[in-house]
Design a protein around this ligand. Structure first.
Ligand SMILES: Nc1ccn([C@@H]2O[C@H](COP(=O)(O)OP(=O)(O)OP(=O)(O)O)[C@@H](O)[C@H]2O)c(=O)n1
Ligand SMILES: C[C@](O)(CO)[C@H](O)COP(=O)(O)O
Length: 238
């Protein structure tokens, strides 16, 4: 691989509605450390050069003091406020990276609510980003997946070998994903509606760009509902 500059955008501006807790799930404690700590630590000790942390406006100071300073993260170049939806927060992070002094060659976008990324996944994403310019970590579905219609009748049963559950990181050539997000938000301002639930679909929708899938891990779960915290405890190293 060539000597390229890599950045990570770590998302932590969600409200955690499905977790139904007073504290947003990314700040809940997992073995004495906030959930968010674990993915930041994985990037801090990885080949990534710089990290932008995107958080709720009301949590920027908390993150600077209680996360960046307290745990001594040196690669976090900014803690920035996110937006209403996940894709708004992503664009806030990408905008920070688009400043001349920060601009990377490649960027990995990651949910701060996924504490179990590891170095192998980060490397696989980096290699695929350099080769294919856009990739997402994921795992082959273990269950049969059905596509339903509005009335919950089965419309389609896709062949399981082609069905993957998508995770983060999702990694991209920086200018490609920045421009795609910029165009998406321009279109939103013009009143066009897109339902955006991951980053690769922005490229698919705007440019029809091909996206490579790379192996994530079955432990790379997103902490979304209370039972995920039980799973997370089981996945922590002894
Ligand atoms: N406006 C938002 C919404 C989500 N996220 C982040 O995107 C990741 C994945 O989102 P999700 O699990 O949906 O988190 P929440 O939006 O917080 O959860 P919920 O949908 O249950 O409210 C999380 O790390 C979350 O903090 C974000 O940065 N900005
Ligand atoms: C990006 C993602 O983590 C891939 O699985 C997921 O789609 C985020 O979705 P959410 O609606 O924000 O939970």
């Amino acid at each position: 691989m060539t000597e390229k500059k890599y950045a990570a955008v770590v998302l932590s501006a969600g409200k955690g509605t499905r977790m139904n807790s007073a504290v947003p799930k990314q700040y809940m404690m997992l073995e004495g450390k906030p959930v968010l700590y674990y993915s930041l630590y994985a990037f801090e000790k990885s080949m990534i050069d710089e990290i932008v942390l995107v958080t709720g406006e009301e949590d920027v100071e908390y993150c600077r003091k209680e996360i960046v300073q307290k745990y001594g993260f040196t690669k976090i170049i900014s803690v920035t406020a996110g937006g209403k939806e996940r894709y708004h927060s992503v664009f806030c992070g990408l905008t920070d990276l688009n400043k001349e002094q920060n601009r990377p060659d490649y960027v990995m976008i990651h949910d701060g609510a996924r504490p179990f990324i590891n170095d192998e996944i980060i490397w696989r994403c980096a290699r695929a980003a350099e080769e294919f310019r856009a990739c997402a970590a994921g795992v082959p579905a273990k269950d049969t997946i059905k596509i339903a219609d509005e009335s919950l009748f089965v419309r389609e049963t896709p062949k399981r070998k082609y069905v993957w559950q998508i995770q983060t990181p999702q990694a991209f050539a920086f200018p490609l994903i920045y421009q795609a997000y910029e165009e998406l938000l321009n279109r939103e301002q013009r009143g066009e509606f897109y339902s955006v639930t991951d980053d690769t679909m922005v490229l698919e929708a705007i440019y029809g760009h091909k996206v490579k899938l790379v192996e994530g891990s079955y432990e790379n779960i997103k902490i979304t509902t209370p039972e995920d915290l039980k799973l997370a405890k089981a996945f922590l190293p002894e």
